[in-house]
Design a protein around this ligand. Structure first.
Ligand code: FAD
Length: 562
């Protein structure tokens, strides 16, 4: 987006227009402030508003902080969001309601107009980082906004993980949040926001914020391909077609080619709340045949909740290493050229490069390739994790702060628990793309090279390179690092700190941050089994060896190569 933010005026609903909705402030109702819950079914805030009020007004506020140069999203994700908003507007129209009201401003300012006129405001509580938490604190403190839970996550508990699984299970089994549009008057302010309205950036002298107007004002110009359409209708279609072929899901997860059509593709729809996790779970539970596909998919819906719970438990996941022993790891090795090679997909490791180009050009990668790219970036290029995680966050259409940053920290090993996975990009070519379909698709300069050389193109004999017209070190680069040497160096550096990191998991605040599914007990068990503090003391008191490495007797537990 290249727009000049200052050129786009803040537009909040007119005070007179708000006043004219009702005869007196005593008749004012409740504003439903939509954020990441862009649906009218199974929506806890909407259900609460409709239950407590005779009159509601659904509102979406385009927050300038998310647009222009300040925003963290690629244009394709913004376009996906705008699809979702048009679809939400349609959902309201479909039940005979007049649709969404839009504003474009600091959300607190927009809400203030309604609060001044006697309206209450409710919103579904978001799972968010510090910016969102600050915004929501202001909304609550300054505007009295009621934040409604209802996403199955455990909040304000001393030990959130203690009964976590049971809490999620009972939430999944409960009936959806419901409301009856016939029991409540739905109001709307503004023009140009209906499904048949003329879009345009400018209505007369004033900027009327609609998805079309905001797109034009911020010059949103998506360049990615294969991006799904946003919105509930598209999400429901995907859910239904995926459920019909769920039996093929287990065999499709790992290969980047098979996964494109073989996993559900629901992540952006879940991210923007076009569908609730609960309704996806219920639909699959009722319509999918029992079997491995169904159980694997359901377990991933739990993972969705698991990683979101982590961000609820500690908003710092977005910014700093969860285990302080690994804070700043790789920072002193920052090399802009290596970072640039990784982001551009020019590292000389075809599976990494194809994945990184695919991410940039389509905004999606399957889990294994995301994990591979994160591992390669942190373990092999040995670069600071946040830069890599931010790059993912910018380009993913499904970028979910709660999953992206926690997954990055987990894949990098910043939690300090055993089970670190070091992916081998050459093996991934051999295992997941033996015919080179994925690699050749995203790295056209390697297309003429026989598939058997795609795991290590730099080893292709010069005669083969000459014969097929591919020059490694020319159009396609030599590996930017020596893989084996880099891996060994990383392991040395990482495992030197591993026992101290494991020991820190015994600290209650660190265990709380880590938010392991087994709770504090699991964190303490890791500390007891693997932990040695920096002075060589194990948790149970016995000393490590003098060379500082002898205490790492069980390091195999930390290691996994893939
Ligand atoms: C480094 C890294 C970053 C990631 N960033 C994101 C992100 O920003 N947003 C995101 O939704 N997922 C993220 N994931 C998890 C996973 O890769 C995607 O959820 C999945 O690829 C989305 O495709 P799908 O909807 O077809 O998945 P499916 O396999 O059909 O899974 C269905 C749903 O389950 C959830 N899910 C699946 N796998 C995971 C997982 N490993 N962890 C948590 N939830 C999961 C998602 O909500 C997903 O939509 C990340 C994984 C890694 C390794």
């Amino acid at each position: 987006m290249g727009a000049d933010d200052d050129a786009t005026p803040a537009t909040v609903p007119d005070r007179e227009a708000i006043r004219s909705l009702v005869d007196s402030p005593a008749d004012a109702g409740t504003v439903v402030w939509h954020r990441e819950d862009l649906r009218i079914a199974d929506n806890p805030a909407l259900a609460a508003a409709a239950a407590g009020s005779d009159r509601i007004l659904p509102l979406f506020v385009f927050d300038p902080a998310f647009y222009g140069d300040r925003g963290a999203a690629c244009d394709a994700r913004i376009a996906f969001l705008h699809d979702c908003l048009r679809d939400l507007d349609r959902q309201y129209h479909d039940v005979g309601a007049p649709g969404l009201t839009y504003a474009h401003s600091d959300p607190i300012e927009a809400l203030g107009r309604f609060v001044d006129a006697g309206w209450d405001v409710v919103a579904t509580r978001s799972v968010t980082g510090r910016y969102g938490l600050r915004r929501d604190e202001r909304a609550r403190n300054e505007m009295g906004v009621e934040l409604v839970d209802g996403d199955g996550l455990v909040r304000d508990a001393d030990r959130p993980r203690r009964e976590w699984k049971a809490a999620v299970e009972s939430w999944l089994a409960a009936d959806p949040y419901d409301w009856d549009p016939r029991d409540v008057a739905v109001e709307r302010i503004g023009s140009g926001a209906g499904p048949n309205a003329e879009p345009g950036p400018d209505h007369g002298d004033s900027f009327v914020p609609t998805p079309e107007a905001v797109t034009a004002a911020y010059d949103v110009a998506p360049e990615k391909s294969m991006v799904p359409e946003g919105g509930r209708a598209a999400g429901r279609d995907r859910l239904e077609s995926f459920t019909a072929r769920i039996g093929e899901y287990p065999g499709s997860i790992s290969s980047p080619v098979d996964a494109r059509g073989g996993t559900s593709g629901l992540s952006p729809h879940l991210r923007f709340g076009c569908l609730s996790v609960r309704e996806v779970h219920r639909y699959v539970d009722e319509h999918a045949p029992d079997g491995r596909g169904k159980s694997m998919f359901v377990s991933r819906l739990f993972w969705n909740r698991h990683y979101r719970q982590k961000l609820v438990d500690w908003p710092g996941w977005l910014e700093e290493a969860v285990n302080p022993v690994y804070a700043g790891f790789n920072r002193e090795r920052r090399d802009p050229e290596l970072v640039a090679a990784w982001t551009a997909g020019e590292t000389g490791f075809p599976m990494v490069d194809a994945s990184m180009r695919c991410l940039r050009e389509t905004g999606w990668l399957n889990f294994r390739m995301r994990a591979l790219c994160a591992s390669f970036y942190f373990h092999i290029l040995q670069q600071p994790w946040r830069i890599g995680a931010d790059h993912f966050y910018k380009h993913l259409i499904d970028a979910d702060a709660a999953i992206n940053y926690t997954q990055w920290q987990s894949q990098c090993g910043l939690v300090g628990r055993p089970g670190l996975r070091l992916y081998n990009p050459r093996k991934q070519v051999r295992d997941q793309d033996p015919d080179g379909e994925f690699v050749k698709r995203w790295i056209p300069e390697l297309d003429p090279l026989p598939a058997e050389h795609l795991d290590r193109p730099e080893h292709a004999p010069l005669a083969v390179q000459a014969e097929c017209g591919v020059e490694i070190g020319g159009e396609y680069p030599y590996p930017v690092v020596d893989f084996e040497a880099a891996r060994e160096e990383f392991k040395r550096r990482y495992y030197d700190a591993a026992p101290a990191a494991a020991a820190r998991l015994a600290d209650e605040p660190i265990a709380r941050r880590a938010s392991l599914s087994g709770g504090f007990g699991a964190a303490r068990a890791i500390a007891e089994e693997h932990g040695v503090d920096a002075a060589g003391e194990t948790d149970s008191g016995s000393a490590g060896s003098a060379d500082g490495r002898g205490h790492q007797t069980d390091l195999s537990a930390f290691d996994g190569t893939d």
